[in-house]
Design a protein around this ligand. Structure first.
Ligand code: NAI
Length: 215
């Protein structure tokens, strides 16, 4: 890939969807797919898909389409899913425990090492085989275990203090579920998950059905 030409964020946000559909095709034993078939599955136009994938090199062959396994593997590499990321969760309440309980993240290479909380009643409990530790130990734990990703599932009032701990202990990326606009150094990648915004979008479309395009 030409690193001088940055790939646009909208293209990057479509890649996980391609990856997911290709994974489904693989599981069904389908080993060849056209951009038109991918278009029918994803809702993006065939030319959009070809353009998107061309950003990363020509994977398809005219008259053949794409080799599913190869494209899935290549997209996995592009998305960095061929690695294992050590991860921690700060805030072991409802959402933190739900994230820890979902084995799918680990299967995709996001290995959760531990949860951290400040509530003494939670410290020492286990979610699956993952211990909930005192948040006072968070910084040392990150450094000792070379943790790369920090998840934030604390209330929004506490989210910045967790982000500060993550920053000073060398976390590279933050997956933030708290509805807070966090201030972090430029070298930290932050991805916000605002479930409410998605729900409110659903609500909009329920009330404005003619605007709805299935994506
Ligand atoms: P919760 O109240 O069940 O859990 C929050 C946990 O964070 C508690 O265990 C609390 O002791 C801990 N905590 C507070 N300050 C801390 C600190 N400084 N260090 C370590 N731990 C600390 O809340 P819930 O429902 O799990 O929500 C967590 C966050 O996710 C909130 O910001 C919420 O707005 C957001 N969220 C939750 C959703 C949900 O479905 N529960 C959906 C969307 C967003």
């Amino acid at each position: 890939m030409d690193r001088d030409n940055k790939v646009s964020i909208t293209v990057i946000r479509r890649l996980p969807k391609y990856y997911r559909y290709l994974g489904e095709l693989l599981r069904k034993g389908i080993n060849r797919v056209s951009s038109q078939e991918l278009s029918n599955m994803t809702g993006f136009t065939a030319s959009q898909i070809r353009q998107d994938l061309n950003n990363f090199g020509g994977f398809g062959q005219q008259g053949y389409g794409y080799n599913v396994e190869e494209l899935h593997t290549q997209l996995g590499k592009i998305l960095g899913l061929d690695k294992v990321y050590k991860t921690v969760i700060a805030g072991a309440g409802n959402l933190g425990q739900a994230v820890a309980n979902y084995k799918g993240f680990e299967d995709a290479g996001f290995k959760i090492l531990s949860l951290f909380d400040k509530n003494p009643k939670l410290i020492g409990l286990k979610i699956r085989d993952l211990e909930i530790r005192d948040v006072d130990e968070l910084a040392d734990f990150i450094v000792e275990n070379e943790v790369e990703i920090g998840i934030i599932t604390t209330p929004k009032e506490n989210a910045q203090e967790i982000a500060d701990i993550y920053m000073k202990s060398g976390i590279k990326g933050i997956w933030n579920f708290a509805p807070a606009d966090l201030k972090v150094n430029e070298d930290i990648i932050i991805e916000n998950v605002h479930l409410n915004e998605s729900l409110f979008t659903l609500s909009y479309f329920l009330n404005n059905k003619s605007d709805y395009v299935n994506s």
